[in-house]
Structures are given as structure tokens and as C-alpha cells.
Write a protein that binds this ligand. Structure first.
Ligand SMILES: Cc1ncc(C[n+]2csc(CCOP(=O)(O)OP(=O)(O)O)c2C)c(N)n1
Ligand code: SF4
Ligand SMILES: [Mg+2]
Length: 231
């Protein structure tokens, strides 16, 4: 009896895509972020079964459906809490969080700052489009002052806060910002975020938190047909 030796083929970006229908508006910046994440994943050398993407609720939080890894589309604002519990229980997993400016800075703001100060080795990808996209456009904590939305018909009076400054204040050890329209920069940032392992050891073996700021915005040029942008 002959025994065939099957050599495992290296993974490609396609191995990280799913057959799920992507439900973002044509031209939404989230497509680019998805593409860059799928592009860099094979090069990280992590077995797919060891990657988990946890999201909250929002357009951006649909991300785990489109990644062929383990994942959880969880509860509004609670992706950070769920992901930190997972990382505490299974430190060998590569845990990625997808959250929006509403999900991670409004309803989930409290969990975000405590995740950062506790310094877990997880990657937070905050999709900041300065609006609640999924619920049809209410102003968010990062919306500019005087923003006219359905919830602020006369313009918002709140001062937006800077998520990077918030992360600095919470002592996050890797903080970076990129844009959907700059794929190379975004890929580099994602790789560095993954590679970042800090020196701050507490109760967990690898204790670092990285915060990736991915600015997701509607790009009319790429839209197959004109749609009303969410911001
Ligand atoms: C407890 C709870 N409150 C409110 C909502 C409604 N809700 C769903 S998504 C969302 C905001 C999403 O905004 P963001 O996180 O910025 O994501 P985006 O859609 O812009 O990507 C809100 C308020 C909800 N699903 N659950
Ligand atoms: S509403 Fe905004 S964030 Fe949501 S899919 Fe459409 S363009 Fe993207
Ligand atoms: Mg948003």
C-alpha cells in the first residue's frame, strides 16, 4: 500500500474570505479594511483555527461573517469585554476586536478603557466613521460639533473626543491610525499591531493591547451605483 504525502499549501487571502453576502453599502470603506485584513492574515503564520474575531453591533461589526476564522458577532459595546474574557481563558489564541465609534466609544466606552489599561494582548480595530452607520446616522462621540443628523436636527453641541488621546490616557501600549483609502499603510499597521508584544506583564503571559484606528469613510469613486453615504 502506498502512502501519499500531502504537502500543506500556504494560505492565501482567499482562504480568509467566506461565502457570506457582504451587506455594506457600495463604496463603504469597510470593504477596504476587510480586504487588507484578509491580505495580511496568511503572512502572520497563525493557524486559522487559532484566530478569533469578536465584534459588537454596527455595520463594521458585521466583520466576523466575512472572515473565514472563528468569530463572534456579540453584544452592543461588549466585544472588548467578551474578547478579554476569551484571551484570559485561552491566551494562545490570536484575538482581534472589531468595533465602531458608537460601539466602542459610546455604549462600550467603559469596557474599552478598561481593556486598554489591563493591557491584554489583543488587537482592537476601531472603525471610526464618526457616525452610527447601522441605525441610519445618529451622531457619535467622534462626530464633529454642529453635525446635523436625525438625532441632532439643529446640529450637535457636544465636543468630540479624540480616540487616540483616550487610548493614551488609558496607557495603551500600541496606538496607531490609518485610513481605508491607504491600503499599504493599513496593511503595515495591521502587521505591526499583531507583532507588538509588550513588556508589561501582569496576570497573563503576553500582556499588550494594541489599538488600531481605521478611519472608514464612504468613497463615491468606488461606488457601483450612487448611494447616500452615512457620513
Ligand atoms: C443595547 C443597544 N442599544 C442600541 C442599539 C442600536 N444600535 C445598533 S448599532 C448602533 C450604533 C453603531 O454605530 P457604530 O458602532 O459607529 O458602527 P457603524 O454602524 O458606524 O459601523 C446602535 C446605536 C443596539 N443594537 N443595542
Ligand atoms: S451605512 Fe455607512 S458604515 Fe454602514 S455600510 Fe453604509 S456606508 Fe458603510
Ligand atoms: Mg460608526
Amino acid at each position: 500500500m502506498s502512502t501519499a504525502i500531502v504537502t500543506p499549501q500556504p494560505l492565501t487571502a482567499k482562504d480568509f474570505a467566506t461565502d457570506q453576502e457582504v451587506r455594506w453599502c457600495p463604496g463603504c470603506g469597510d470593504y477596504s479594511i476587510l480586504k487588507q485584513v484578509q491580505t495580511i492574515m496568511p503572512g502572520l503564520g497563525i493557524p486559522k483555527e487559532n484566530i478569533v474575531i469578536v465584534s459588537g453591533i454596527g455595520c463594521s461589526s458585521r466583520f466576523p461573517y466575512y472572515m473565514n476564522t472563528y468569530g463572534m458577532h456579540s453584544i452592543h459595546g461588549r466585544a472588548t469585554a467578551i474578547a478579554s474574557g476569551l484571551k484570559a481563558a485561552r491566551p494562545e489564541l490570536s484575538v482581534w476586536i472589531v468595533t465602531g465609534d458608537g460601539d466602542g466609544l459610546s455604549i462600550g466606552g467603559n469596557h474599552t478603557i478598561h481593556l486598554l489599561r489591563r493591557n491584554f494582548d489583543v488587537n482592537v480595530m476601531l472603525f471610526n466613521n464618526q457616525i452610527y452607520g447601522l441605525t441610519k446616522g445618529q451622531y457619535s462621540p467622534t462626530s464633529e460639533t454642529n453635525k446635523v443628523t436625525k438625532s441632532t436636527p439643529f446640529g450637535s453641541i457636544d465636543h468630540p473626543f479624540n480616540p487616540l488621546a483616550l487610548a493614551l490616557g488609558a496607557d495603551a501600549t500600541f496606538i496607531a491610525r490609518s485610513m481605508d483609502r491607504d491600503p499599504k499603510h493599513l496593511q503595515e499597521l495591521l502587521k505591526r499591531s499583531h507583532a507588538h508584544k509588550g513588556a508589561s506583564f501582569r496576570r497573563f503571559t503576553r500582556t499588550v493591547t494594541s489599538l488600531t484606528m481605521a478611519h472608514s469613510r464612504y468613497s463615491p469613486k468606488k461606488a457601483a451605483k450612487p448611494v447616500k453615504p452615512c457620513s
